[in-house]
Design a protein around this ligand. Sequence first.
Ligand code: GMT
Length: 382
Amino acid sequence: MRIGITCYPTYGGSGVVATELGLELAARGHEIHFITYAPPIRLAELDHLPDVARRIAYHEVQVLSYPLFDYPPYALALASRMAEVAEHYQLDLLHVHYAIPHSVSAYLAQAMLAPRRLPVVTTLHGTDITLVGQDRSFLPITRFAIEQSDGVTAVSRYLHEVTCREFNVQRPIEVIPNFVNCDRYRPRTDLNDARHEFAPNGERLIGHLSNFRPVKRIPDVIEVFARVRAHLPARLLLIGDGPERPNAEYLVREKGISEDVFFLGKQNAVYDKLALCDLFLLPSELESFGLAALEAMACEVPVISSDVGGLRELIDDGRDGFLVPPGDVEAMARVALKLLTEPDWARTIARQARAKAQSRFCSTLVVPRYEAFYDRLLGATF
Ligand code: GMT
């Protein structure tokens, strides 16, 4: 199949899922065309995947800047580019990730090409529904685009429920969970040098990965780490970047723990860093899925996350990870200390986490569900 994929190419779970899906589909023989304003961050993986690279193209969306346009009309530029690429490369369908504004642009592109058929799939990821989509100014058009898409998927049962309830959407929405490539995200025994760099005296390593927005509750990560560090030698790896980073840096200085906290910024091969960790923290206010937690689990790293949204579908509390009420840093620090001081128990949890990732969320299991979904929409087999 020839598939056009649109997403936010910057750091964020929806862009990561869209890019990983494109890589997986290309590896399975499909031709993938990314249509975005910048190359999606994880396309850097293509440097290691020459066979996949020849089935992937990137089409940049340029937005004209003109003094009259205080708000350059990106959604329109995107729609034009989608229609152009779809026509020129004979795309079979468009798959957009994150409803706003991508599903509206795809709807316009489809209308521009009529009567040629160009099915549109929208995947709902999270804040497009839980936050942004519920802003009164966005709600009607988001609901419209969801209703008009030929196929809609949501990344968790939780998100499916919220979409139906808050948007009063009647149409079918298929839950296809996020996934991880279990070959790249795996436990590692070859990282001793890197481990030594961050923990030269055998300190315990705690990790966090996000786009550093307020919903991620970065101050909780730092508070939990400070409490753990008061009891045992530990270091914190903060992977990612975003608006909360300056606050986080300030907090770390205030607490006098700068020497033990590494702000690593945006990273391409996050699996190289996740696999170093003894523990991963995700104390978010809300997560419709919590992709970073799944990536840590696949690397055989135990996760403590907040007990919210789609994380409840990912983690079995006390079996393959831990769920604590959002904001309860005391509980999170207690579980963290127990895990770090009882390595046999931590190893059991970590192994179960990896087993869960492999048996339920591995790309080899989930990507065929997208293919089957496309197949049903097109009414043909491939
Ligand atoms: O983080 C967001 O607010 C938006 C979105 C993104 O683009 O990063 O993240 C959402 O989609 C991810 C991929 O499906 C999920 O793993 C995240 O849980 C979800 N974020 C939230 O629900 C806050």
